[in-house]
Write a protein that binds this ligand. Structure first.
Ligand code: DO4
Ligand code: MG
Length: 284
């Protein structure tokens, strides 16, 4: 089941279920936030009952999907794929040892990525920093956790990164990762998939410029070195998330070192079992 936040005709955010090319509007049934559903011990049962109720539907083209995030902070795990470790060790002699060590260490790298209100949804512009020369998208599977730390769903994330800033000095990582429009999530949350199922999924990315394709790549979720419970467990250690949390699981696709994003590029990230996250690029 795919749970979404969307707008249609009016400015208010509505909650819906995406199925068969349309969105079933759950708002008239009193569902005005995803939060209670994600906290519920029987999310799927509740949604199945709602899916059978007489509720209005909207064609996909009539709605604007909003980032599927309410009060959740967004965090990110790093260097979870061998590809990410190798690329980062090549990017910086200064930091190579740190990346090598964190890949092998018991404790994962986890960093803060975004406040919920700063996340952009599908169709909205993601940012590249005006003071960076080497900017890339990072297509990642995102875990959606409720306030108990239970993984209740998955969505698609883009952990936009400025590689020259990150490569200059590891202590610049927050500036390479956190700035306006640096985090995209969407288009919605896929509920009910186990980790075993998710590990079969592919993550695909294509970057378009002036109508043509300038980079395409893919990876498999199964290549993530750490299991999801461990990643979620570290995030929730000694820290409470009363609104739940979202955790990006790391990138396994790195464009060649000659590639940098440009203003007006279009980034498409697809996990077929979830959907397509599509964002134009703008300088911030
Ligand atoms: O340590 C740098 C960031 C790593 C990251 O974002 C990733 O591997 O996806
Ligand atoms: Mg990343």
């Amino acid at each position: 089941m795919k749970l979404c936040r969307f707008k249609c005709e009016t400015a208010e955010a509505r909650i819906g279920l995406v199925a068969d090319g349309s969105v079933l509007d759950l708002t008239p049934a009193g569902i005005t936030r995803m939060f209670p559903l994600l906290e519920s011990a029987d999310t799927m049962g509740q949604l199945k009952r709602l899916a059978g109720a007489k509720l209005p539907g909207h064609a996909l083209r009539e709605v604007k999907f909003l980032a599927p995030v309410e009060g959740q902070e967004v965090w990110a795990a790093g260097v979870t794929y061998l590809r990410s470790k190798t690329a980062r060790m090549e990017e910086s002699d200064f930091s190579a040892n740190a990346y090598d060590k964190v890949y092998a260490a018991e404790r994962p790298e986890i960093f803060f990525k975004s406040l919920p209100g700063k996340v952009v949804g599908s169709g909205e512009t993601v940012g590249i920093r005006r003071d960076a020369k080497w900017n890339v998208p990072e297509p990642e599977l995102a875990l959606v956790m409720n306030s108990s730390g239970r993984i209740v769903g998955h969505t698609i994330g883009n952990d936009m990164s400025s590689r020259d800033i990150e490569g200059e000095n590891l202590l610049y990582l927050p500036q390479a990762k956190i700035y306006d429009r640096s985090c995209a999530l969407g288009p919605w949350i896929r509920l009910g998939a186990s980790e075993t199922e998710a590990r079969e999924w592919k993550i695909k990315i294509e970057i378009k410029r002036d109508g043509g394709s300038v980079f395409a790549g893919e990876t498999s979720v199964g290549q993530i070195k750490r299991d999801f419970e461990t990643l979620a467990g570290y995030l929730f250690r000694s820290q409470k998330f009363p609104h739940g949390a979202i955790l990006l699981t790391g990138t396994g696709v790195v464009p060649p070192d000659t590639f940098t994003l440009r203003d007006k590029d279009l980034i498409e990230i697809e996990i077929p079992e979830i959907g397509l996250l599509k964002n134009p690029v703008g300088v911030v």
